[in-house]
Design a protein around this ligand. Structure first.
Ligand SMILES: NC(=[NH2+])NCCC[C@H](N)C(=O)O
Ligand SMILES: [Mn+2]
Ligand SMILES: [Mn+2]
Length: 310
């Protein structure tokens, strides 16, 4: 079980863009640090340890099933997995992407260190397409298909792609979504079939963010006994607050709703790891867009790490 007095925090920079088609998302970790991410975290009383991963390119990375860059993404996510697993055994892990394909590594890494953990996936998208079902071929739309074990890649898949990742380590009863508004038809069918706790923007409008977080936590972590991994895709926020992202969708969370989710999860005392992904400083019409996206990301992290408003 997680030790609440442990104030060691490992920032894993994962500058990876191969899970989708737009360059720039790999520059976010360095820029977030330049905007003060680490000092802000230290100001909340954490001892920080920063590392930046490097990802080697893969030549002739032809599609496998419908997945683009399968070997490159699999190798990168495996590196993330190794680092997250090692860090999660020692303290809190904050993984800073990069695109959301690294979530395959963070989820598996957190579960390797904390097998009982639950996953909260805060996103406009469900990111649970299988290699065969993905329409775009972008693996940032697929990471949850692997730890849940619905990916259907054969055991002897070419070059051992995603072979390192333990399947079915994440049970559907331990996954909850908040913020959805652009799930693909296949993903909607997965959510229904496996009865995943999924709260869309419709639910946020209907119940308000406080009840949605409460309902989500009650579904996946009823006794509040399990460690929590919070995977936050910045595109869960409305593009007004996070315009510099690869797949923006209107009608998202407000700044406060995003921060509230993080604060409420922090209040459980069981948060052990967080991802912040999909900030892309190459996108957006002007500098203010980039700055506001990075600052939204930093605000979310601070809210998850103990910042209180009073
Ligand atoms: N992590 C993300 N931003 N994912 C967007 C995924 C969009 C779409 N569902 C796809 O599979 O291509
Ligand atoms: Mn998304
Ligand atoms: Mn995502």
């Amino acid at each position: 079980m997680q030790n609440k007095d442990n104030k060691e925090l490992y920032i894993v920079g994962a500058p990876f863009a191969g899970g989708q088609g737009k360059q720039g998302v790999d520059e976010a970790p360095k820029l977030l640090l330049r905007e003060g991410l680490e000092t802000e975290i230290q100001n909340l009383g954490w001892n920080t340890h920063v590392s930046h991963l490097e990802f080697e390119e893969v030549k002739n990375d032809t599609p496998i099933s419908n997945m683009k860059n399968p070997r490159f993404v699999s190798k990168a996510a495996e590196k993330v997995y190794d680092s997250v697993k090692a860090a999660a055994e020692k303290g809190f892990v904050l993984t800073v992407g990069g695109d959301h394909s690294i979530g395959a590594g963070t989820v598996a890494g957190v579960l390797a260190a904390h097998p009982e953990a639950v996953v909260l996936w805060i996103d406009a998208h469900a990111d649970i397409n299988t290699p065969a079902a993905t329409q775009s071929g972008n693996i940032h739309g697929c990471p949850l298909s692997f730890p849940t074990g619905i990916d259907e890649l054969p055991e002897d898949v070419e070059d051992g792609v995603f072979k390192w990742l333990p399947r079915k380590s994440l049970d559907f009863s331990r996954l909850a979504y908040i913020g959805l508004r652009d799930a693909d038809e296949f993903e909607k069918s997965v959510i229904r079939k496996y009865n995943i706790a999924a709260y869309s923007m419709h639910d946020v409008d209907k119940y308000g963010i406080a009840r949605v977080v409460e309902m989500a936590l009650r579904r996946v972590n009823p006794g509040n006994t399990r460690p929590i991994h919070l995977s936050f895709d910045v595109d869960a926020l409305d593009p007004f607050f996070a315009p510099s992202t690869g797949t923006p969708v209107r009608g998202g969370l407000t700044w406060r709703e995003g921060c509230y989710i993080c604060e409420a999860v922090a209040e459980t005392g069981n948060l052990v790891a967080m991802d912040l992904v999909e900030c892309n400083p190459h996108l957006g019409e002007h500098d203010e867009h980039i700055k506001s996206t990075l600052h939204s990301g930093i605000a979310l992290v601070k809210s998850a790490l103990g910042q209180t408003l009073l």
